[in-house]
Design a binder for this molecule. Structure first.
Ligand code: ATP
Ligand code: MG
Length: 392
């Protein structure tokens, strides 16, 4: 008997002590949800999980899905065999490329009923290897090739070599729910990814200025949210009609304060929708100093419009380059790159204030006499899309 399995290791939830079972249950549920349409068996042992009995043609597919489950630390494609010394030799050899290299065999033996201890088993397999791989030299400290043999109770073992890193983080769902202000740019999808990685379930809100921004601009945001579901699970997307509010700002407020006021209103609406939908935080893609609306003074004036919820800005200390790199890695870059206009670029003043004053911002905003009515109307006309991970 010999079959391929995928071995999964979990990460930070190791640290959770008494609460570990809660985190583990979430993680297992998230893993199983990812495997729902694949015929396979999920096996849980003391500190690892295995996916077994699947069609080997699906190995890459399963691996790529597992790499997107937050809370998993790493995985290995392994071979499961009966614990038999000849079989172990044979399988270990399959993991040993015929090259010039230093190597070691590392044995971990949970089955204490065997007649040899782990060092002896390792030495025996090593000797078998040296006879068949003429370019090999043993190096126990820094080998180029390390083949691992995990001998379990109940008569079977796992053999594997490479350890591939997964997405790390915490299982989605363990850190409450956040409302992500999702634009079509590079930053906010990465911000959503970052918070989901800390276990936050994500809802998203987008401000749309139809017909000044196109249907494609809206679709782009739906597509971005869809990519995020691969990591974050189900996402409820709220699209807010923002044109009337933008007109009102344009007509009533000082040009250099337009963006400042727009951001205050955006965050205000986001908070109201968040509270109505059980979100305990707001999330934005702001990064300190990136543009005029993200200076310390601008962020202070924006924050003033929030009434109680914390605003998480996971990218605040990241460079644009790092953000783009993450966007590339998580698969949002190509969508964010599409050139459709965002509502921030419609009615854009030439010289937005870089260091806004809160007093002036409030006074300018107060000039929109029917603002409350406009906000309520915008919220009433929100379009909701429920996004689920699509099977890859
Ligand atoms: P991004 O690349 O995310 O669009 P940006 O560099 O263009 O960010 P801003 O336009 O100042 O910066 O936006 C800062 C943050 O405000 C965004 O990261 C996002 O969280 C939020 N935001 C901006 N525009 C919108 C929008 N149309 N709908 C929802 N949120 C928005
Ligand atoms: Mg933007």
């Amino acid at each position: 008997m010999k079959s391929k399995v995928i071995l999964l290791r979990y990460g930070e939830i190791f640290l959770k002590g008494r609460n570990k079972s809660y985190f583990e249950k979430l993680l297992i549920d998230n893993i199983k949800a990812k495997l729902a349409d694949i015929d396979c068996e999920f096996v849980r042992t003391q500190n690892r999980y295995y996916i077994e009995n699947y069609d080997e043609k699906l190995t890459d597919e399963i691996v790529s899905r597992m790499k997107k489950v937050f809370g998993l630390h790493s995985l290995s494609i392994a071979t499961k065999v009966e614990t038999d010394y000849d079989l172990l030799n044979e399988v270990a050899l399959e993991y040993a490329p015929d090259v010039n290299a230093t190597f070691r065999i590392t044995v971990n033996r949970a089955d204490k009923s065997l007649d040899k201890n782990s060092a002896q088993i390792g030495a025996d397999i090593g000797a078998y290897m040296l006879e068949r791989r003429k370019g090999y030299k043993v190096d126990l400290h820094k080998p180029q090739i390390e083949i691992k043999i995990d001998i379990r109770e109940r008569g079977y073992s796992y053999v594997f070599r490479d350890i591939e890193l997964c997405a790390q983080g915490m299982p989605v769902g363990c850190s409450g729910k956040g409302m992500l202000l999702l634009s079509g740019g590079f930053d906010s999808p990465v911000a959503g990814y970052r918070m989901a990685r800390r276990g936050m379930q994500i809802s998203a809100i987008h401000y749309h200025s139809f017909p000044y921004t196109s249907e494609q601009a809206k679709q782009k945001v739906v597509d971005l949210a869809q990519v995020l579901t691969d990591y974050a699970g189900n996402i409820k997307l709220f699209v807010v009609p923002f044109t009337e509010i933008q007109f009102a700002i344009h007509e009533n407020c000082r040009a250099d304060y337009m963006i400042t006021i727009m951001r205050r209103i955006m965050i205000d609406i986001a908070e109201r929708v968040a509270k109505e939908n059980g979100c305990g935080a707001l999330v934005t893609g702001e990064s300190l100093g990136q543009v005029a609306s993200q200076t310390l003074q601008s962020l202070t004036v924006t924050n003033d419009a929030v009434n109680g919820l914390p605003v998480f800005r996971p990218l605040i200390g990241m460079d644009k380059y790092e953000i783009m790199k993450t966007a590339e890695e998580i698969g949002t870059y190509k969508l964010s790159e599409l050139p459709y206009q965002d509502c921030c670029t419609v009615f854009l003043p030439k010289n937005p204030v870089i260091k806004p004053s809160l007093d002036i911002a409030k006074k300018e905003q107060a000039k929109i006499e029917n603002l409350e009515e406009l906000i309520e109307n915008a919220i009433k006309n929100i379009e909701i899309t429920e996004l689920r991970p699509c099977k890859e």
